[in-house]
Design a protein around this ligand. Sequence first.
Ligand code: SF4
Length: 107
Amino acid sequence: MFVLHAVIMGSITEHDSRKRYCPMLGHQIHFQYCREPGSDTPCRKLLDCWWTAFDAKQFLLDHYGKETIEKMLAPSQPKAVTLYDLIEKARKSAGDQDGGQKPHSTS
Ligand code: SF4
């Protein structure tokens, strides 16, 4: 049964050798990177980038669970919010290391 299912769906690696220009990285990459760009969650642009090359939507449905697909498609935080969060974390971390004292002002 598993073998039949795998034959119908295809392997998760079946498109790995496909190549295209990545608008985020600025150079050619293999599909393998798009489906696992340093994490188990595929790149959020996967459908936009690959829908003309093969049935990317069906690929996701065949190989990923609902939670992963929802996480992948969730809107990303604006960069300003992310930077703000990083700065706040750094401030808190600095405060923890120097006994809670605020950093000195240079002006
Ligand atoms: S899916 Fe993501 S990693 Fe792959 S080409 Fe598109 S933007 Fe780049």
